[in-house]
Write a protein that binds this ligand. Sequence first.
Ligand code: AMP
Ligand code: GLY
Length: 417
Amino acid sequence: MDILVVGGGGREHAIVKKLKESPKVRNLYCAPGNGGIAQDAVCFPVKAMDIQGMVALAKEKKVDLVVVAPDDPLAAGMVDALEAEGIRAFGPRQNAAIIESSKAFSKALMKKHNIPTAAYEVFDDYRQALDYVTKQNKFPTVIKADGLALGKGVIIAQNLEEAREALESMMLNQAFGASGSRVVIEEFLTGVELTVLAFTDGKTLRPMISSKDHKRALDNDQGLNTGGMGAIAPHPLYDEATARRCMEEIFLPTIRAMAAEGRPFKGCLYFGLMLTAEGPKVIEYNARFGDPETQVVLSLLESDLAEIFLAVAEGRLEEVEVRFSDKAAACVVMASGGYPGKYQTGYPIEGLDQCGETVYHAGTKLEKGQILTAGGRVLGVTAVRETLSEALKAAYGDVERIRFENVHFRRDIGVIR
Ligand code: AMP
Ligand code: GLY
């Protein structure tokens, strides 16, 4: 098979590296890719959101499959455009990607189909939203922009003042553009948070190994929400009984609900879950692999990823096995100082040649033989060992070998609170 992977972050590097292990893969392409991906796949400078450009590239290279990894092109209908040209694609069509791109949609889906989630209301009007939180007078309360906001459209308001500020910035000042003109206000849940990614072709669902992302920028879960500063797999608190319950109460009901709505979901479905006192509940769905969860989850995948992708795209996932190793994986993200706010790029990265673990590139570029920083999240240093503590030790060992100006990383990846 010749495969084109769309995207250029750490997640895409992990997908590319795993595909490279498959004896079924001949040519591996990525667009736009990055400095590290370029060492594992042939990269083309086509932007992830350039739907026509990507379709043209897939046709020119006569690829057998396109893997659309990021949320924006999925929400914009890249899979539909590829399929319209007879090109196989891994990823949901636009009418199913809405499970991530509209929180109002996903909340209504869960309510209608009795899938456990936080209680909520939807508002299009600032005054009505403010009246609601004022009358409810229950804090913390969670305010979410309806649309995509780079993982930053969620505010946990501790009091009325913070709620007012959040509503003002989203609804009146368009802090997240049109994504925030509609908001979801929901009940604050407490419990253990974890991620389960699942392959699905719309009929069959195969969960991957559980994982945990560390979303905040600083140690002890302080600082701003980021795309994710590190991850571990499996999640130490996700046991067999919980997995069975999630399968019956959340995973299968979700794909059945999507099919019943005429929006069959094929691709990778991301379940962001909270294990509450009342049982597991959905915090959010994503229509794609998580980043950096993918880096740890795919590190433990033993089955052939190319075979799974093709089976999903062709609607015959039932035929393939999805097997994971019983080891543990840890990924520590090395970011540009300042991320998720303002940061500088273009700094040389040293020490990569002294690393023994897998270093996924997230935001890098290759210039005159030198790898430079080129994004907020720069690298994801990932190790696999028999136990989690050994994996963490190995990953942090390599983190100490890598140097670039203003580097920032968390020292508490793997700590469960
Ligand atoms: P999301 O982008 O929906 O994943 O939200 C970002 C983060 O906000 C999540 O990872 C949770 O830690 C937190 N969060 C979102 N919704 C809730 C909720 N209803 N209760 C408590 N925490 C939440
Ligand atoms: N790591 C969270 C996400 O990919 O949305």
